[in-house]
Design a protein around this ligand. Structure first.
Ligand SMILES: CC(=O)N[C@H]1[C@@H](OP(=O)(O)OP(=O)(O)OC[C@H]2O[C@@H](n3ccc(=O)[nH]c3=O)[C@H](O)[C@@H]2O)O[C@H](CO)[C@@H](O)[C@@H]1O
Ligand SMILES: C=C(OP(=O)(O)O)C(=O)O
Length: 446
């Protein structure tokens, strides 16, 4: 870890412009979808982040040829020779991302069996995979848990099914989509997640030849087809990265133009940003080469405290929570944050308190709506009293979004902080060090 450290000199408002690329939470899924096609797929605007490397590696060990396309950020996937991989080849990627679980359906369709390594992803809750396994079994898969990973077979093929999710899980909804598109017959999924990245994955699958109807009230109906082909797709922009830079602008008293950010996917975030006193201006794209974007800035006046609950889309996204909390440490009054998606996503507030913030966490559901974690001993609500003067300290990054928050806090603080474990940030933020430099941050490798 010793060379995985960034020295951050604080008290620097971030000013300037940066660009966001395709969404981490869509790009990796679209890459898995390429396995389902009989012909090559092309994905544009792919960010250079670790999750993309992990999925690329997993595709390659299964015989998919992955190459760079003609334009920067374009990847081409040729699934003509999909083949089984050894457990050793697959296990190289154990513990590195959550995406391997989504290989189940596609590999069962292509090979009749699958081996899925242990999953990674952020440690922000238990993150069980019971909905995934339940759905796969409904399709007819036989799932065997192994000491490390799991194996799946489908001796009688995969058949469409009716399935209701106990909670609108993003990953489990994607699991059902990626399995149902080539399953025999019709699948009806109830209580599905409807995040923008899921809608974009449905666009990818429809381009490939799938028949998917999105009904009201979280019902998705998929009519299985016998063949899918490749796609060419330009993903939705990364709304989580965009919101992270927006919160960074607010927390540091800065002014950041996020090129590529799209208003439609960020409505709930924009409402909160405005209600705490942040300013933003949306520029729509015009002309084929024009990206559009959103400029976010601190108006100079004091920020206002707020009450917010994270929720599934269209609620306030849980991945927006941590960077926004750093901005809330600078708002006057008591803010309340109720985290309802993950049971352990507030641990990072301890480090903010060491820097001078006043954040108290509670087991109770403080937002007004009781959630799954109430009375279960999870500190999942926070009260933030502000504004607080932050001072530098040494920080160890616990997970992706908390890591970005630590960086923002270090930039907003008085003095020089050492932020350890920064490579974790590369899991979701392309070129973040170059972007920080472009925004005038003083941060360097020791
Ligand atoms: C790669 C990716 O796209 N990651 C995103 C995805 O994660 P991911 O798809 O893992 O998140 P889910 O929506 O599945 O998880 C939401 C909640 O459902 C629970 N659950 C989920 C599956 C299951 O089988 N059993 C179960 O209990 C989880 O523990 C969690 O409490 O959506 C999350 C919620 O928007 C985001 O924070 C992540 O950035
Ligand atoms: C929780 C996140 O990602 P993952 O599901 O990949 O861990 C995130 O992007 O904030």
């Amino acid at each position: 870890m010793s060379n995985d450290v960034l020295v951050v000199h604080g008290n620097t408002p971030l000013r300037g412009e940066i660009r966001v690329r395709g969404a981490k939470n869509l790009v990796s899924k679209a890459m898995v979808a390429a396995l389902l096609g009989q012909t090559p797929s092309r994905l544009f605007n792919v960010p250079r982040i670790r999750d993309v490397e992990v999925v690329r590696g997993l595709l390659e060990v299964h015989g998919v040829r992955v190459s760079e396309g003609a334009e920067p950020g374009e990847l081409v996937f040729d699934p003509t020779n999909v083949e089984a991989a050894t457990a050793d080849e697959i296990n190289v990627h154990a513990g590195s991302s959550r995406i391997p679980i989504l290989f189940c359906g596609p590999l069962l369709h292509r090979l009749g069996h699958a081996f899925i390594p242990d999953l990674g992803g952020c440690h922000i809750g238990d993150r069980p995979i019971d909905f995934h396994i339940g759905a796969l079994r409904e399709f007819g898969a036989i799932v065997d848990k192994q000491p490390h990973g799991m194996t799946l077979t489908a001796p009688n093929g995969l058949r469409g099914t009716k399935f209701e999710l106990p909670y609108p899980s993003v990953g489990a909804t994607e699991q059902v989509l990626l399995t149902a598109v080539l399953a025999e017959g019709v699948t009806e999924l109830r209580n599905a997640a409807v995040e923008p990245e899921i809608m974009d994955l449905i666009c990818v699958l429809q381009k490939m030849g799938a028949i998917i109807k999105v009904h009201t009230d979280r019902v998705i109906e998929i009519e299985g087809v016998s063949r899918l082909d490749g796609y060419a797709h330009r993903p939705i922009p990364d709304r989580i990265e965009a919101a992270s830079w927006a919160s960074a602008a607010l927390a540091t008293g800065g002014d950041v133009l996020v090129r590529g950010a799209r208003q439609a996917d960020m409505m709930t975030f924009l409402n909160v940003f405005r209600s705490v006193g942040g300013k933003f201006e949306v520029t729509d794209p015009h002309g084929p080469d024009e990206l559009g974007g959103i400029r976010f800035w601190h108006p100079g006046e004091e920020l206002r405290a707020t009450v917010l609950e994270t929720d599934v889309h269209p609620g306030f996204g849980t991945d927006w929570q941590q960077p926004m909390v750093v901005a809330l440490t600078q708002a006057r009054g008591l803010s309340i944050v109720h985290e309802t998606v993950y049971e352990r996503r507030l641990g990072y507030t301890k480090a903010l308190n060491q820097m001078g913030a006043t954040i108290q966490v509670y087991r109770e559901c403080l937002g007004g709506t009781p959630c799954r974690f109430g009375r279960r001993n999870f500190n999942h609500s926070a009260v933030i009293a502000g504004p607080s003067k932050l001072h530098a300290t040494d920080l160890v990054i616990p997970d992706l979004r908390a890591g970005f928050s630590h960086l923002i806090a270090a930039l907003a603080a008085e003095g020089t902080s050492h932020v350890y474990g920064v490579s974790l940030i590369n899991r979701g933020y392309e070129d973040f060090e170059a972007k920080l430099a472009a925004l005038g941050a003083h941060a360097e490798r020791p």
